[in-house]
Design a protein around this ligand. Structure first.
Ligand SMILES: C[S@@+](CC[C@H](N)C(=O)[O-])C[C@H]1O[C@@H](n2cnc3c(N)ncnc32)[C@H](O)[C@@H]1O
Length: 206
């Protein structure tokens, strides 16, 4: 569906609804990617359970290995300049190994983050991938260190504003990134498994 300047599909990332939408709307590629996939088999199972409870639907949930291959394939087939993947610190190594094998990947930078969730300190990371030799090599480690959540996205968007327009987010969730991208005037193409979470995301745009 098209909402404002965004193209949003709903369903399991294992299926091809997002690929079809990209082929139809961005046949020449998407400028950059900023996305927050589930990480680890426990987390994938959690999202499957949430989806079942909220929408009363059964899916065959993808596993971590297949999800990483799918994320790499989506990015390397469709994204032109840079990709930022927010990911788990334990799982980052296996995703970066897969990215390194791709001829299109010019540079990979790893930025570890510490953030507070309730009383607990947790860690995640951003994997910043350069996908073209024709774009400036940025020091994303310096730019993104200590920039958590949407603050990290804003740093990237401040750099890209006026230069790029389209962004791939294959895991829209409740649309926090979508909302920020929308506020900055970027055009998002993305997907979400959970129909009710996607509805919430869309309601942020109104
Ligand atoms: C970490 S959240 C994304 C959060 C998002 N950045 C936001 O702003 O709300 C990961 C999302 O992946 C979705 N997901 C889990 N399994 C999926 C699958 N097999 N296909 C597509 N999306 C899936 C979940 O429903 C969840 O909304």
């Amino acid at each position: 569906m098209k909402i404002s300047n965004h193209i949003l599909t709903q369903g399991n990332i294992s299926n091809n609804q997002l690929d079809l939408a990209i082929a139809q709307n961005y046949p020449n590629g998407i400028d950059f990617c900023y996305t927050d996939p589930p990480w680890g088999n426990g987390n994938l199972k959690f999202w499957d359970t949430v989806n079942k409870k909220m929408n009363n639907v059964e899916i065959v949930q993808i596993d971590q290995e297949a999800l990483e291959n799918r994320v790499v394939q989506l990015i390397c087939t469709n994204v032109k300049n840079y990709a930022f993947i927010v990911y788990g610190v334990r799982e980052a190594k296996s995703l970066m190994q897969k990215l390194r094998l791709q001829p299109k990947v010019v540079d990979i930078q790893y930025i570890e983050k510490k953030y507070k969730s309730g009383a607990k300190w947790l860690k995640n990371c951003v994997i910043a991938v350069t996908l073209s030799n024709n774009v400036p090599k940025e020091d994303w480690v310096t730019l993104l260190t200590n920039k958590n959540g949407r603050d990290g996205l804003r740093v990237v968007l401040d750099k890209f504003k006026g230069k790029y327009q389209s962004c791939l987010d294959a895991f829209i969730g409740q649309g926090f990134y979508l909302e920020t991208l929308h506020e900055y005037g970027f055009h998002v193409i993305g997907n979400e498994l959970n129909a009710l979470r996607l509805e919430k995301a869309i309601s942020r745009l109104k």
